[in-house]
Design a protein around this ligand. Structure first.
Ligand code: SF4
Ligand code: SF4
Length: 183
């Protein structure tokens, strides 16, 4: 009968030879392949001591950016959380008090901002949704952990340190790069 896919294989009922019946040549052949792989360059690397180079726009761990004066950009509008298909982002907002202008750029800010990295699929939609250029994904590969709680990233691990800014210029729009953003 003609096969529709042209990929059918005819099954052979031919009797096994003596050598095939004792399986030894096949076992030795298998061992030889194993031995050959012992001397070949491994396909894996010793992560986390070694890492592979990633693209400039690789989507890794998030960062919550500060503005040029050091104030947090996030205004807790919630658009990133709404855009997130994995429902990984939660936040609590508060009104900025008098005297806190240097800490928070807008009148509203996030007192709590958490990303559940076990839910996150690193799609980058939060970054795209943010109207304040406050959240970006960086090229930092997410570290492995043992406890679930360690995958809940709060502001302590998301907001960039004031003295150790995270360069996201590869991902920022031209308005931010040229610092045309006004309060
Ligand atoms: S990268 Fe995607 S999945 Fe992860 S927090 Fe942002 S929107 Fe959600
Ligand atoms: S990160 Fe951006 S989108 Fe998300 S709450 Fe803050 S300002 Fe809004």
């Amino acid at each position: 009968m003609k096969s529709l896919s042209n990929r059918s294989i005819e099954v052979s009922n031919k009797k096994m030879t003596f050598m095939e019946r004792i399986y030894l040549p096949a076992v030795i052949g298998g061992l030889f392949i194993t031995l050959k792989h012992l001397f070949m360059k491994g396909a894996t690397i010793k992560y986390p001591e070694q890492t592979r180079p990633v693209s400039d726009v690789y989507r890794g761990k998030h960062v919550l950016k500060r503005d040029e004066k050091g104030a947090e950009r996030c205004t807790a509008c919630g658009l990133c959380a709404v855009a997130c298909p994995a429902e990984a982002i939660t936040m609590t907002s508060a009104e900025r008090k008098k005297g806190e202008e240097g800490l928070y750029r807008e009148e509203k800010y996030a007192t709590v901002y958490e990303i559940n990295m076990l839910r996150c699929i690193f799609c980058g939609l939060c970054e795209e949704a943010c109207p304040k250029e406050a959240i970006f994904l960086t090229t930092e590969i997410m570290p492995a952990n043992f406890e679930r709680q360690d995958f809940i990233y709060g502001k302590d691990r998301l907001v960039e340190p004031i003295d150790k800014r995270v360069d996201v210029s590869n991902r920022q729009t031209i308005e931010v790069v040229t610092q045309k953003f006004n309060d």
